[in-house]
Ligand binder design. Sequence first.
Ligand code: ADP
Ligand code: NI
Length: 215
Amino acid sequence: MMENEIIPKIIREVKEYFSEDYSGHDEWHTLRVYELATKIAKEENADLMIVQLAALLHDVDDIKISPDTYVNKTKAVSLMKQCGVEDRIISAVCSIIDEISFAGDDTVVPKTIEGKCVQDADRLDAIGAIGIARAFAYGGNHNRALYKPDLKPCIHMTKEEYINHDSTTVNHFYEKLFKLKGLMNTASAKKIAEERDKFMHDFIEEFLMEWKGKR
Ligand code: ADP
Ligand code: NI
C-alpha cells in the first residue's frame, strides 16, 4: 500500500470498529485524539506517521473493550501489517500504546516525543466540556452514581486500586480529571489544557452549589 493510503485506510477501519460503542470509546473519541495529536505533533516536530498511527490505534486493544488482545495488541498490529507498515514503526507505535494509559500513581511519562504527543491528545479529550460529557456517559454506562456526598475521593491510588475501586462520577474529577492538566507533557497541550481545566472546575463548583441548594 502507498504510504499516503495508510492513514485513510486505518481511519476507515477504526470508524467501523468503534461504531455503536457508547462506553466512552466511540469512534469520535479516536478521531478527536487523532486531530489533536496531529496538531500537537506538528508544533513539536514529532514524526507524524508514528503519532497518527498510535493515536488512531490507541484504544483498539483497550483492556476494557478487548481484554483478549490487550497484551499483544493483536488488532493494532494486524491492521498495521495489512497496510505494510514497517516493523520499526509497528514497534514504536506499540510502545506508545503501552505508555499512554492513566494508571493512578503508576502512570508513566512516555519516553519519546511521539508518545508524549499522543498521551497529551488522549488526556485533552478527557477534560473540558467533552471530558465532562464522557465522564457522565461512562458513569451511566457503568451504573455509577453521579455523586455521593459521603463518599470521599481517593486521591492517591496504585494502578490496581485505581482499576478496582468503586466511586462516583464527581469523584472521578478529583481522582483523575483535575490531575491531567499538570501531567501534560508538551507546551502545546499545556496551553489547551488551561481553559479546559478551568471549565471543568467551574462546572463542578456549580454542580456542588446546586446540590447544596445554594443556587
Ligand atoms: P482513555 O480514552 O484515555 O483510554 P479511559 O478508558 O480511562 O480513557 O476512559 C474513557 C473515558 O471515560 C474518559 O473520558 C474517562 O475520563 C472516563 N472515565 C474513566 N473512568 C471513569 C470513572 N470511573 N468515572 C467516570 N468517568 C470515567
Ligand atoms: Ni483514548
